[in-house]
Design a protein around this ligand. Structure first.
Ligand SMILES: *[C@@H]1O[C@H](CO)[C@@H](O)[C@H](O)[C@H]1NC(C)=O
Ligand SMILES: *[C@@H]1O[C@H](CO)[C@@H](O)[C@H](O)[C@H]1NC(C)=O
Ligand SMILES: *[C@@H]1O[C@H](CO)[C@@H](O)[C@H](O)[C@H]1NC(C)=O
Length: 203
């Protein structure tokens, strides 16, 4: 009997230690994601800014969280926008997206990254910069228009590459976007724009 009570007590304190964070606006914040030091697991910090869930890069820039799949330990963030009438990503000054390597998040291998306004000297890397690259389709629409006619490339962010960065820089490529789980024959209307991150489950 005493054992049972002690057991229950431990169970209750354990459960309360796993407090799930309250909703951010209308969005659920599943465990272990944490919007506050009093809930979730603080290693999985994200931010609730004015009712919008955001992820913070290593450089301190915020990226809107578009969706969360807690069963798969994944979330999707919005790629930085390309400034109107230019071919500059808005995070160009910070070198693109970088994740803090000490945190349990990385960039998943389901991301097709497109780079724009690249200089010739990057063509050696495993990029597809041919005239049939998907990036040509993006140039024809809204945000990509400022990049029309520039040298552009795409690649699958696979496990042979760094899983903590999507790099842009002046003199390399100055803009990027990213599509999650892109299939070869998808038309641009069905592209799922985003950058999928995964997290290491807590112990
Ligand atoms: C492309 O990048 C170069 C620097 O690498 C820059 O001078 C140029 O303005 C960029 N082009 C566009 C259309 O933004
Ligand atoms: C580049 O990508 C396009 C579109 O998927 C494909 O048709 C083409 O074969 C690729 N080229 C190279 C060199 O991999
Ligand atoms: C990214 O993290 C996952 C676990 O969340 C791990 O399985 C995977 O190997 C990591 N990818 C890379 C390239 O480090």
């Amino acid at each position: 009997m005493v054992h049972a009570i002690v057991f229950l007590f431990i169970l209750v304190t354990q459960v309360s230690a796993y407090r799930v964070c309250p909703k951010c606006g209308k969005t659920k914040v599943p465990y272990p994601l944490s919007t506050d030091e009093n809930c979730g697991d603080p290693n999985y910090r994200i931010y609730c800014n004015d009712g919008v869930l955001e992820f913070m890069s290593a450089q301190g820039l915020y990226y809107k969280i578009l969706s969360i799949n807690p069963k798969a330990n994944k979330l999707v963030i919005k790629p930085s926008s390309i400034e109107e009438d230019t071919c500059y990503s808005s995070d160009l000054d910070q070198g693109g997206l970088s994740l803090d390597e000490s945190l349990p998040f990385n960039i998943s291998t389901r991301n097709t990254v497109m780079l724009f306004n690249c200089s010739d000297n990057i063509l050696l890397s495993p990029l597809n910069c041919s005239s049939s690259s998907f990036c040509r389709e993006f140039e024809e629409f809204g945000e990509g228009c400022g990049c029309r006619g520039t040298l552009c490339c795409h690649f699958l962010k696979d496990s042979s590459m760094t899983s903590h960065r999507i790099r842009v820089r002046v003199g390399g490529c100055t803009a990027y976007t990213c599509v999650v789980d892109k299939h070869a024959d998808d038309s641009i209307e069905s592209w799922n724009f985003g950058i999928e991150l995964q997290w290491l489950p807590p112990f």
